[in-house]
Design a protein around this ligand. Structure first.
Ligand SMILES: [Fe+2]
Length: 225
């Protein structure tokens, strides 16, 4: 199936819900060759993963994310998206979090099989990554029928490495540069599993970026935490 067909199928839906969009994305037979022009593993090391807009319609958008071995997104939600779905084309790691009594806790962390379609509901706080040894990509659809663009604007990153809740209009990356941060709020506390893993992923990204001082700071914080 071409991207054009996928867009038309989504546009022809009578009702946009997480269920209906998930149904279309999970049943669409999009193959690697249909989207290869958006799959790009040559992104800067300061980007936690590759991110390309495929279709920026009025009320829904389609993106392709490219993941090199060891790439992880920050812990995040999806801004103003009311519905969404993510189809994996490789064995991705997927962790789900929940705010319980103002504390962020890890609910699950698992490797999902290639070809799985994950549901994105407005309250979803999650993290994706590539725990394997080869590249893969994922297809993302996000929408909000009451919007004209900017669907994932003001997505939140629960960033325990800088101890801030960040609002961003782009990639949910670790060690994000100041110019990408729209605003910030106080970060809720996290349980140990969530906090320590987040700092480890931030430290790995600092190392990959050649930021030795930040890598050492984070490793010290983990060992004293
Ligand atoms: Fe996400």
């Amino acid at each position: 199936m071409s991207v054009k067909n996928l867009v038309e199928t989504l546009e022809s839906l009578e009702k946009f819900t997480t269920e209906s969009v998930h149904g279309v994305v999970s049943e669409c037979d999009i193959r690697a060759e249909d989207i290869e022009r958006w799959v790009d593993y040559d992104y800067p090391v300061s980007d936690s993963y590759g991110r390309k807009m495929v279709h920026n319609g009025s009320f829904f958008e389609i993106m392709i994310m490219s993941w090199r071995p060891g790439d992880y997104s920050g812990i995040h939600d999806h801004g103003k998206a009311e519905f969404g779905a993510v189809k994996t084309f490789g064995a991705a790691e997927h962790a789900i979090f929940k705010l319980k009594k103002q504390k962020l806790i890890t609910i699950s962390r698992e490797i999902v099989k290639s070809g799985t379609t994950l549901k994105v509901i407005p309250s979803l706080i999650h993290q994706m990554g590539n725990p394997g040894e080869s590249n893969f990509f994922t297809l993302h659809v996000y929408g909000n029928v009451n919007l004209e663009g900017g669907i994932t604007n003001e997505a939140r990153i629960f960033d325990y490495s800088r101890n801030e809740l960040l609002f961003v209009n782009g990639g949910v990356f670790y060690l994000l540069s100041e110019d990408k941060i729209v605003r910030r709020e106080e970060l809720p506390e996290a349980d140990y599993a969530t906090w320590s893993r987040d700092l480890i992923e931030a430290a790995k990204r600092a190392k990959a970026m050649g930021n030795e001082p930040e890598y050492r700071r984070l490793m010290n914080e983990i060992s004293s935490g």
